[in-house]
Write a new protein. Sequence first.
Length: 274
Amino acid sequence: MAIYAIGDIQGCYDELLRLLQKIEFNKKKDQLWFVGDLVNRGPKSLETLRFIKSLGEAAITVLGNHDLHLLAVACGVSPQRSKDTLQPILQAEDKEELLDWLRSRPLLHYNDDFCLVHAGLPPQWDFARAKKMATKVEKQLRSTHYVAFFKTMYGNTPNLWCEKLTEEEQLRFSVNCFTRMRFCDKEGRLDFKYNGKLGSQPDYLMPWFRVPKRKSAPLKIIFGHWSAIGYHEEQQCYAIDAGCLWGGQLTALKLGKKLQRISIDCEAYHKPNK
């Protein structure tokens, strides 16, 4: 069985089909790992969601910030934004089935060799802590009181992990790490102001995977979310959002002892930083 990790789709359904054709994906033999952000900003979020759901066990996806945004919009907690392309999902006859499926997706997936997240892991977390916090958030998302959870999910604080945080604070911090983080300071404080290329940030900030004494350093981590840095390998961390939505590439990373990158060029649906 071949496993391919695939970067942020964001509704770029036609490009996804072209990439799967290029890698000669076989639903009966292969498995796809999606880094999240299946939907939004691109033109065919509904088709993307239906297709990946239809793959069953041949597709695994972790949740990204745009996926959580869709769920929050659908339950009335968050308003739609001007550049959202979520309306076809919200008007679909199978809306509830699709949203229930999406809400049951994990924040962290792993096998014996690799971990899959949308954005990153804070430097204070080892693998055990990451699993524990992912499970806690997933329990909230899959519960009957998930709407109440969405009402407390948004916010940029706390920005530093501490065991003394309240349960609500721990959950919010965890969601921000799994789905939003990019830059941190040397202590591991999350920064949400800067999201550009490596080196564009102030001197006191660094990408989360460069924070000294990062406890997840032994792990091989695959993530997306950060289209500004494109495909990037560093310290056993593999950034695979190559900016398909912005006219970059859609990338698949074939996992194994020797990694193989396969990409296709994409036409822009949005201009960068807009």
